[in-house]
Design a protein around this ligand. Structure first.
Ligand code: 3UK
Length: 515
């Protein structure tokens, strides 16, 4: 399938609404709060679309959503697309300062916020130049209006805005080693394309499936895998509002809602495997296939999962810039530990520093070409020019190909770390450590834990007169834990007398990496 196969004027709300003709009364969505059919979802999408229009949201405006995975998240997403506005899915784990930056950079006009997250965001929303209204999902004792109240009297009929297939539909932010997070806009066309190219052609999703992702809807891994792909084929979804680390709750939901497809990051599989009574305690028999992405899945985790559950994990590499997976293992053709093989819709190249293709077996920088690639980073001209190279997207990943054509991840060309499938910028952790009075200098790199999964490790030079100790190491870890998203904290601290540096004084993190 090509972009040109879609109608020129295409609105991705069709991914929801095409189901009304064939299966309106089928269950579309299960969640601990509500279970809804396609018709019920569509009615509420129309109510929300009308409420958005009444609030003055117009074609091209940005509607932010900062909420746990819920029916309201999904409904707001499609309502936003339906009126031709752009859905901004916000990462609930970021700091208020990061949300502040993103809401400004995106020119967010209306924001829906989870009740539990409102106190976190309330101090920063006042005075935002573009933000006109905040709606609270859940209970709101104080001023702003609640979602339920906001849509209550709206009609369940709404007109679909005609959009060009290349008009923007979604916006997600991704962090880099330096500078602010980058806004990545995707067009309406990207959603059905990625659903067909990977969801249908590679994963083999079908109408009878039910998907369940621990990866959240604010990541395109979650939005694609647990919303767009299943509804594209008329399958149903399970939404889990809680944090991924509460693995028992995740496994209980599998037993309760009986999904057939399960998406998680490698850490999620490692956490489940750490439970001695995993298969005795939890009924996983509804599952037919598992998916892993976000970071490389080590072969031992694949093996153990297969031995304990009898299930295969499909590891594929995706990126927000491409929307979803562009290189993947496939059912019946898996090489554990690798990212699999290229598939139709995406071309790959591995190049050296001079831009030449590397011989088979050598490590090169991975470039991808495909029609779901974003065109630019919002407001970041320089970074856009460096990354979107004509038809080719520079992933920042190093890869090599074995003699059978399977691709093996070999680290990053920048210093970024993926921990638990989510980006950790070393500079962010370093700044936090530097704000502690005992720290003179530091450098943060990725180090593999026992399961082969990467976590931040800090090399610290102490202030003169401060003595290193295990206790101080624990204090520094705790210091970070309390002040930043928990997964970003260093897991190991090494005290060193000095850090390796270039002639110009730049820290050479790569010299500190042991993995
Ligand atoms: C790394 C992987 C090895 C790699 C994502 C699936 O992770 C996603 O998007 P992000 O923009 O990060 C992209 C980067 O993450 N990575 C992702 N998956 C793998 N490395 N093996 C993997 N299987 O460095 C890549 O450049 O956060 C994943 C679907 C949608 C996504 N957005």
């Amino acid at each position: 399938m090509y972009a040109a196969d879609l109608p020129l004027f295409y609105n991705a709300v069709d991914i929801l609404e095409h189901n009304l003709a064939k299966r309106a009364d089928k269950i579309a969505l299960c969640s601990p709060s509500r279970t809804l059919t396609f018709r019920q979802v569509s009615d509420e999408v129309n109510q929300t679309a009308n409420a958005l229009r009444k609030a003055g949201v117009r074609f091209g405006d940005v509607v932010g959503i900062l909420a746990f995975d819920s029916p309201e998240w999904v409904i707001t997403f499609f309502a936003t697309l339906k009126i031709g506005a752009v859905s901004l899915g916000l990462n609930t784990l970021l700091t208020a300062a990061e949300h502040d930056y993103i809401l400004r950079d995106a020119h967010c006009r209306l924001l829906l916020v989870q009740d539990a997250l409102w106190p976190h965001i309330e101090p920063i929303v006042a005075g935002h130049p573009f933000l006109e209204q905040v709606i609270i999902i859940g209970d709101a004792a104080a001023a702003p209006i609640t979602y339920t109240h906001w849509i209550a009297t709206e009609s369940t009929q709404a007109e679909r805005q005609e959009t060009h297939r290349e008009d923007f539909a979604t916006l997600n932010y991704s962090s880099g080693t330096t500078g602010q997070p980058k806004g990545i806009p995707h067009a309406h066309k990207d959603l059905p394309l990625t659903a067909q190219l990977w969801g249908v052609n590679i994963l083999g999703l079908r109408e009878t499936d039910r998907t369940f992702a621990v990866a959240k809807l604010f990541f395109t891994f979650g939005t694609g895998g647990n919303l767009i792909f299943p509804w594209y084929v008329g399958a149903s979804i399970v939404l889990y509002p809680g944090p991924p680390r509460l693995i028992n709750n995740v496994l209980e939901l599998i037993a309760r809602f009986q999904p057939t497809i399960f998406y998680n990051a490698p850490t999620g599989y490692a956490m489940a495997l750490a439970l001695p009574d995993l298969t005795e305690k939890y009924n996983l028999s509804s599952l037919r296939l598992c998916v892993s992405a976000g970071e490389a899945l080590p072969a031992p985790i694949w093996q153990q999962w297969y031995e304990r559950t009898g299930l295969e994990i499909i590891d594929g590499i995706g990126a927000t810039e491409i929307y979803h997976i562009f290189l993947s293992n496939r059912p019946g053709d898996i090489r554990p530990g690798s990212s699999g093989k290229p598939f139709n819709g995406f071309e790959l190249r591995l190049i050296d520093e001079m831009g030449n293709d590397v011989p088979q077996g050598d490590i090169g920088n991975l470039l991808v070409k495909g029609e779901t690639t974003a065109s630019f980073y919002l407001h970041q001209y320089e970074k856009s020019r460096q990354t979107f190279r004509g038809e080719w997207f520079f992933t920042g990943d190093k890869y090599w190909v074995d003699e059978d054509g399977y691709y093996w991840h070999a680290g990053r060309s920048d210093d970024m770390i993926k921990a638990g499938g989510i980006w950790v910028s070393p500079t962010e952790v370093e700044s936090m450590l530097l704000s502690h009075p005992a720290v003179l200098e530091c450098a943060v790199v990725g180090k593999a834990d026992q399961a082969g999964l990467f976590k931040p490790q800090a090399f610290v030079v102490l202030q003169p007169g401060t003595a290193p100790s295990d206790e101080l190491a624990q204090t520094l870890i705790q210091y970070c834990r309390e002040r930043m998203a928990e997964y970003k904290r260093p897991r190991w601290i090494e005290f060193v007398p000095e850090l390796p540096k270039t002639a110009t004084g730049k820290i050479q993190r790569y010299k500190l990496r042991t993995d």
